[in-house]
Design a protein around this ligand. Sequence first.
Ligand SMILES: [Zn+2]
Length: 149
Amino acid sequence: MQVTIPDNVKELIAKRGLKESDVLDVVNTAAQTNHYLKKGTDGLAKKVIGDLTVYALCDLSGQGTAVVKSAYAHKMKLGKIVNVMGESEWKSVDKGHAIATGHVEIEYMTVKRNGPALVCPACNEAWVEEYLATKTLAAAEGLFEAKRA
Ligand SMILES: [Zn+2]
């Protein structure tokens, strides 16, 4: 798998305080294990790296190549699936599971809440979409850290 990160995405990665090497690690691990989600020609992979869960969204339309379209991360830990709401267009590549929309336990600094996520009930696994990770979770993480400080 040849992985490319366009300059504008490199800027986004830096702006979000992420490391390019971590994003490449996410994509390469997904390519090796086949454990990622696919919707059309988009692929979504995640990996826990240190205290972050790092996500990479890639364009997989080229043969043997992945072009990173976006990357994001959250510090919160994802727990049990709370409920399943409906279908999503995502499928898991390794097992062919249909991925649902639903809610998952989200834990941060001992506080547990439920938040929306993409979920695979068969694997008890969840993925947080970009808009949630970059808006909702980032705001919540900021609040918790402000309170603690
Ligand atoms: Zn699954």
